[in-house]
Design a protein around this ligand. Sequence first.
Ligand SMILES: [Fe+2]
Length: 324
Amino acid sequence: MKDKGFGDTFERFSKVTGIKWLIITVTGWFNVNCGCEYRRKLLNKWFPYKQNNKMNKKITIKEILDPVSPQVFFKEYWNKKHLILRRNKFKDLFTWNDFNKYLNQYPNMKGLQILNYRLDGDGRWCLDKVRNGKLKLPMLKKETVYKLWKEGKSLVLPFAEYQKEELLDVCNEFERYFSNGQCNVYASPKAGSKSFPAHSDNTENFLFHQEGKQKWTIYKEFAPNKPKEILEEFTLEAGDLLYIPQYQYHKVDTVGPRLMLSIHFANKDRQTLDNFQITPLGETNRKKWYNWIPENPSNKKDKPTLERRMVSNSWKKKYFRDKI
Ligand SMILES: [Fe+2]
C-alpha cells in the first residue's frame, strides 16, 4: 500500500529505524503527544500526498477534442463537416491484447459481427441475431470464427464500452453533450480486409484509431442523397481521431492490420447552438463503473517468491518419493 500522507511515511520510518527520539521531536514540533495511530492519521490529514487516483481523474471533452476546443468543435464542425485530428492521444483505449482477451471469450460475449461473410443482405454474420433466431444462419464454432479472421474477415465487437473504464469515461463525457451512444470495435487482420462500402450513419461518429493504419474516403453528400463526389481521402493511424457528422457518406479501406473504435451518439432532442444543453457531470443515464476490488486486498508481493518456490518443490519431492 502506498503512503497516503506524511503520517504513514513517518510511522514506517520510525518502525524500521526504531528512532524514538525522532518521534518525540517531530510530534513535539506539531504539538501531537498522543498514541501512534492518532498521530499517524493526524499527520496524514495535515500533510496528505497527492493521490495518483485514476478513478477521480475523469476524461474531459476538452482532452478528447484536443487541440480543437469544444466551442470551436460545436460551432464549426458539429452537424456540418468532418474533422481530422492527427495526434498521438487516446491510442491505448483498446489494444490488440484487449481484442485477444475479448475474442477468446467467444461465444460468451454480448455481440460479434463478421463483415463480408455472405453475398446476400448486408453481408454480415451477427452472433446475437443468429442466437435469437432473427438471422437464419448457422451458429459458428470458435475455431471457424478464428479461421475466418485468419483468412481476412473484418470483425465488429459492438457494445464494448464496459470492457474498460476509460471507454466508459469517454462515453459518459460525450453523453453530457449528446444522447445515448455506444462503442463498437472494428478490427481487420490484413490489408484488403473488407469493411462497409460507402454509407452514412444516423449518429455522430467519433473514430478513435488504436492500432495500424486505415484509409478513409469522405464524400461530399449527406443522406438521403447518394454518395457521388469524393470530398477528401486520407490515411489515419494510432492516436488519430476523426469526427464524421451524422448522415455524411464515408468508407474505410484497410491497408494492413487495424483496430479502431467507433464511439457514436444520437443527438439530444432539440439540441441547437442557440439552446445548447449540457447534462451536469455524473448525471447521464449510464450505469456506473464500480471498483469491485476490496479496500485491503492481500498483496501477492508480500510473500517472497523464493520462499513459495521452496515450499512447492518440497511438496512435489515428498509426493513423488512416497508414490514411487
Ligand atoms: Fe460508418
